[in-house]
Design a binder for this molecule. Structure first.
Ligand code: ZN
Length: 314
């Protein structure tokens, strides 16, 4: 068979497979679940961004006050933001008056513009805004590959109320929030604690049910330090960045312990100038984490990044 024909056939097979996958993935409808009192979570699917999930493959949250709703994270596009708004509207008539971004990944903030146009105030810590500005263009291009036409009408729009500092307390609609920089997954990532309800929205510091990803901008040392601050807050309820609403025990086991595992084993091996490949092989199959979703895809790359980080900065 001529190679051009073979390539054409191969491409059409691949295309057929993708079409089939795209058609069978049921559309994700964001639903609010009550965490406690006026505090709700919207738990997104654990897999990759897609048209079916509208790029909402992360967790969101909101707090109903009698002056309006505080929404935590705004979705990956205007389209996704509208789906989040519908989930809120099934719970309360109150308008979304405040939008808070816990981080700078696409699904945390590209819906800002949708809510700002309806009069919501968008808040973020200064360090978060700085990263959003740096990554906006690249995110729009990257996201287009996953959600295509759904990006139409989406304008990257950073917070209009920017809070300097790394430990901020604000009160919105009578609800006091403590807002801490974690810089775990991306520089300027944050967590938001609601003392009156003993709930923490951890942003991408905590993943449960699936393995967390260590990306080139991630910092496992800062993550481990942020985990100590999370323990000090002692929330009864934890809304992780990804995975089910949970408690500190699961957060510790599936994220806190994993940061420590990477630092104490892979980071330490890099400090000792042990060879990379042997190190990755030696720690390739930790019993405590290999049941987590996405483990096969992420663990080796995570170790690799931690090794390189500690090698250049022991
Ligand atoms: Zn995330």
């Amino acid at each position: 068979m001529p190679s051009t024909l073979r390539r054409a056939l191969l491409l059409s097979c691949l295309f057929a497979t993708f079409t089939c996958v795209a058609q069978t993935e049921a559309p994700f409808v964001p639903r609010a679940q009550q965490v406690v009192g006026p505090v709700y979570a919207i738990v997104g699917p654990l897999g990759q961004r897609s048209e079916a999930n509208a790029g909402l493959n992360a967790n969101y949250g909101f707090i109903v006050t009698d002056k309006g709703v505080i929404l935590i994270d705004s979705g990956a596009s205007a389209h996704g933001a509208a789906l989040l708004q519908q989930a809120v509207q099934r719970v309360t008539q109150q308008p979304i008056r405040w939008v808070l971004n816990t981080g700078s990944q696409d699904h945390r903030w590209l819906g800002n513009d949708f809510f700002a146009r309806q009069g919501a105030e968008v808040h973020a810590l200064a360090a978060t805004v700085k990263t959003q500005q740096a990554v906006a263009e690249q995110q729009m291009t990257g996201l287009a590959r996953f959600v295509g036409q759904q990006l139409k009408g989406t304008q990257p729009c950073q917070a209009t109320v920017v809070h300097p500092g790394t430990d901020v307390t604000i009160t919105l609609g009578g609800t006091t929030l403590r807002w801490l920089d974690t810089s775990a997954h991306y520089p300027g990532d944050t967590l938001i604690h609601v003392p009156q309800a003993s709930v923490t929205f951890t942003g991408d510091l905590v993943y449960v049910d699936r393995l967390l990803g260590v990306l080139p901008p991630s910092n496992v040392r800062k993550a481990a330090q942020a985990f100590e601050r999370l323990h000090a807050l002692a929330p009864r309820h934890v809304v992780p960045g990804h995975g089910r609403v949970t408690d500190m025990a699961q957060a510790q086991k599936e994220s806190g312990d994993y940061y420590r595992y990477l630092i104490d084993n892979v980071g330490q091996a890099a400090r000792n100038m042990e060879p990379l490949t042997e190190t990755l092989d030696k720690f390739s199959s930790p019993a405590a984490f290999k049941h987590l979703q996405n483990f096969e895809d992420l663990h080796r790359a995570n170790m690799n990044r931690v090794f390189v980080d500690f090698e250049s900065n022991p």
